[in-house]
Design a protein around this ligand. Sequence first.
Ligand SMILES: NC(=O)c1ccc[n+]([C@@H]2O[C@H](COP(=O)([O-])OP(=O)(O)OC[C@H]3O[C@@H](n4cnc5c(N)ncnc54)[C@H](OP(=O)(O)O)[C@@H]3O)[C@@H](O)[C@H]2O)c1
Length: 193
Amino acid sequence: MRKTIFKFMSFRMLSFNLIVAVCENFGIGINGNLPWRIRSELKYFSRTTKRTSDPSKHNAVVMGRKTYFGVPEGKRPLPDRLNIVLSTTLQENELPKGVLLCRNLEAAMKALEDKNEVENIWIVGGSGVYEEAMASTRCHRLYITKIHEKFECDTFFPAIPDSFREVAPDSDTPLGLQEENGIKFEYKVLEKQ
Ligand SMILES: NC(=O)c1ccc[n+]([C@@H]2O[C@H](COP(=O)([O-])OP(=O)(O)OC[C@H]3O[C@@H](n4cnc5c(N)ncnc54)[C@H](OP(=O)(O)O)[C@@H]3O)[C@@H](O)[C@H]2O)c1
């Protein structure tokens, strides 16, 4: 009798979080860069997107083409994280080795399904990627730095769907109003209910 061999494939329905810094007039960027310079906020971004509970794992950061190339040349790809760039026009040879090019967000999720070494997936912008991410059933939490000032911007954060409600931030998040170089800001976390 012939034996039938069943090959069980591991399948994970992946979810992700989103992280953004947004100013009072809902701006997130200008001329391909951030409209402000807040070092402690950049450190918060780095710390949060790198954090894993399993030290043998790392996280993935998913971003649009303009966000990737907006990162200063010497600082990209973002270190210690799998960088995934979404683009319909880029070719693989235009990105450094180790950076993953995906043609859309779902393709990125599919590519991550069998990457068991990736613990958390962070959506890090820009505008259209945030909009698609927040509308997705995969979206769990929004990590939003609210900057209490208006800045001149050409790129904006989309409207947050009503299904998100504020929850307590992670234990290492500085609570309450922060200030750097006279700019006041606050770390918030919203979760899909
Ligand atoms: N404040 C913050 O937290 C924050 C965070 C991130 C970015 N930013 C700022 O935002 C600006 C960049 O954002 P942006 O909205 O202009 O551009 P972006 O989303 O970073 O890049 C847009 C490009 O990404 C590709 N793309 C986006 N969504 C895609 C999808 N679903 N599938 C395939 N390709 C996709 C397309 O590239 P192709 O044209 O090649 O197809 C599109 O033209 C910069 O100023 C940056 O500094 C701020």
